[in-house]
Design a protein around this ligand. Structure first.
Ligand code: SF4
Ligand code: SF4
Length: 125
């Protein structure tokens, strides 16, 4: 991933247009519940080439955007489990199948410690 949007989100959608990877969709377009703005982990690049994640920079709500695990092959089973439990709904590609990390890994911010990711600490804008 990635970053994840939590239940603290107020659905203001300020983050959507800021995302360079078109990874964020509004609650009404969420593939998991329709309640909360949603980040597609298979698209999020953590704004790794920028000084900070642009979604968090635009977000007015502390704790609405938190760190998740890197979207890399090392975390394949984590994302498969999340997909199966309904935490994510990862896109299925016609030819390549579900775009899990082993199929399509994404850049991530190496400076963010795994313990911070596991604890889903807020992404600071
Ligand atoms: S971290 Fe960057 S790429 Fe990921 S959802 Fe936020 S704005 Fe989009
Ligand atoms: S900017 Fe923050 S509060 Fe607004 S929709 Fe995005 S995550 Fe939710």
């Amino acid at each position: 991933m990635a970053v994840r949007i939590t239940e603290l989100c107020i659905n203001c959608d300020s983050c959507i247009d800021e995302c360079p990877a078109t990874a964020i969709v509004s609650a009404s377009d969420s593939p998991i519940n329709g309640d909360t703005t949603y980040v597609k982990p298979e698209k999020c690049i953590e704004c790794a080439d920028s000084t900070m994640p642009k979604c968090a920079d635009a977000c007015p709500t502390e704790g609405a955007i938190v760190w998740d695990m890197p979207y890399t092959a090392e975390f394949q089973s984590y994302y498969v489990a999340g997909h199966e439990s309904g935490l994510y709904n990862i896109r299925e590609h016609k030819k390549n199948g579900i775009m899990f990390p082993e199929v399509s890994p994404k850049p991530y911010r190496e400076a963010i410690a795994l313990v911070s990711r596991q604890a889903h600490t807020p992404v600071l804008g």
